[in-house]
Design a protein around this ligand. Structure first.
Ligand SMILES: Nc1ccn([C@@H]2O[C@H](COP(=O)(O)O)[C@@H](O)[C@H]2O)c(=O)n1
Length: 257
């Protein structure tokens, strides 16, 4: 499977519209730190591409990827920065008379439809609570703490014959032991870490910081890790002294697993 990081940003993206910090200025002027809202494009031979989340930068992300249409997606939760592109995608489906299929846990589907009640004219929603598949990948989703912002879901992909396993957990903090369990034995963990080190207690926040992310990584021991869902606090030009198997996602990063 090829994984493309179409977006690596937190809810505001980088640069933040109101901000003139050094990272936001760099993002405007040269673009190393330019980040669209977090989203992955998954591509498996013989299968149509699959989006993982569809934030408000969907249109630009499709243009950058040179994609004229996409037929399927999975959603982690119904917050604006992860579903804000759905109405535009639904409009594109209407204009091209092409339906698309969206997988998400039942409660996420409910929350999406309470925000955008018209999109079910174009999308076929499929609940993923009992599992899903993408080619030979078996997919499971489970509910994770999203701190002060409620809940999100993480996704784990297990290849049926190759034994490869990876997970996407973009919006989580302070996972319980039960929520950490599906993160065991991974070849790759993609984890949301919005700031380098936040000074505020966990119960006032919604996403891990990099220091907490590293502590989690030490505990669950994935073979490799990519930090994503990054705010303007994270400067890709800095050396944060990360272990060799941990990298910070850059917009457009491509991995093969
Ligand atoms: N009920 C809510 C709460 C928040 N949002 C949006 O989520 C984003 C905040 O995300 P974090 O990853 O920083 O927790 C932001 O875009 C809020 O507008 C929402 O849609 N619904």
């Amino acid at each position: 499977m090829n994984i493309t990081f179409m977006g690596t940003g937190d809810s505001m993206g980088t640069p933040r519209v109101y901000c003139d910090c050094v990272v936001c200025v760099e993002a405007r002027e040269t673009g190393v730190n330019r980040r669209l809202r977090s989203s992955l494009l998954l591509e498996e031979e013989g299968e149509a591409p699959l989006l993982l989340d569809c934030g408000p930068d969907w249109r630009e992300q499709m243009e950058v990827a040179g994609l004229r249409n996409v037929k399927q997606a999975l959603l982690t939760h119904a917050h604006f920065d992860h579903i804000g592109g759905l109405p535009e995608w639904a409009d594109a489906c209407r204009w091209t008379q092409a339906a698309a299929s969206i997988g998400a846990p039942r409660e996420v589907v409910r929350d999406v439809l309470s925000r955008f009640p018209w999109v079910d004219r174009q999308f076929r929603f499929e609940t993923s609570d009992e599992g899903a598949s993408y080619g030979d990948w078996r997919i499971m989703s489970w509910r994770v703490n999203h701190g002060k912002n409620g809940y999100s879901y993480a996704y784990r992909f297990d290849h049926a014959s190759r034994g490869v396993k990876w997970a996407y957990c973009s919006d989580a903090i302070d996972l319980t032991e039960e929520q950490k369990a599906p993160l065991a034995g991974l070849d790759l963990l993609v984890l949301g870490t919005s700031f380098v080190e936040e000074p505020y207690p966990m119960n006032t926040r919604s996403v891990y910081d990099m220091k907490e992310g590293l502590a989690l990584v030490k505990e669950i021991k994935p073979d490799s890790v990519v930090f994503t869902h990054l705010s303007h606090d994270v400067d890709l030009r800095c050396d944060y002294g990360l272990p060799a198997h941990v990298q910070i996602a850059k917009t457009g990063l491509k991995l093969t697993i």
